[in-house]
Structures are given as structure tokens and as C-alpha cells.
Design a protein. Structure first.
Length: 102
């Protein structure tokens, strides 16, 4: 399997600059029965934690849709994560607006 890069947040911050200088570390994660060799300049434990969360969500989705099609399960899980992200971003933007009004 090809090795993918999973890098941390690369915002234009001091932390982002430090991560860019840091050499990438290899980490293997397992998601839905597949092992993925990744590289990260972020904390490998954080990446493992994220992968464990995705694995949990995919297994939960598989039970809900009663399907063995891993692509379908991955797409539905991605939509669920995107929905949660969109709601959180909307809440965050609303809070920032309220703070800016003061």
C-alpha cells in the first residue's frame, strides 16, 4: 500500500513553522480492518487517536447501514464527519460574531 502523508495543521503560526521544520515521523494506523502507513509532522499519538475515532465511526456506520461495502461506509462516515464539522464551524463563527459585536 502506498504511504500517505498526514500532516498537522499548517496555519501560518509559530507552531506551524515548527512543524514544517520537524521531520515527518512514520506511523501505522488501522481503520476498518485496513492498515495505513502514514507520515506526520504532528504528534503521532494524535494521529493514532484520530484514526481510532474514524475506525469507531466507520464500525458504527456499518452496523447502522448493515452493509459490507467499505467504500459506501467510508463515504457515509465522511458525510457524517463533514456534517459535524459544518455545525461546529457555524457555531464557532456565530460566537466570533458575538464577540466582535462587543
Amino acid at each position: 500500500m502506498a504511504e500517505a502523508k498526514a500532516v498537522g495543521n499548517t496555519q501560518n503560526t509559530q507552531k506551524g513553522a515548527e512543524q514544517a521544520k520537524k521531520p515527518a515521523q512514520r506511523v501505522a494506523v488501522e481503520i476498518f480492518g485496513e492498515t495505513y502507513p502514514l507520515k506526520t509532522t504532528d504528534d503521532p499519538e494524535r494521529l493514532k487517536k484520530l484514526a481510532k475515532g474514524v475506525d469507531h465511526l466507520m464500525k458504527q456506520m456499518a452496523r447502522g447501514v448493515r452493509s459490507f461495502d467499505s467504500t459506501k461506509i467510508a463515504v457515509l462516515t465522511a458525510l457524517q464527519i463533514a456534517d459535524e464539522y459544518d455545525k461546529l464551524k457555524s457555531d464557532y463563527d456565530e460566537l466570533v460574531e458575538l464577540l466582535d459585536e462587543k
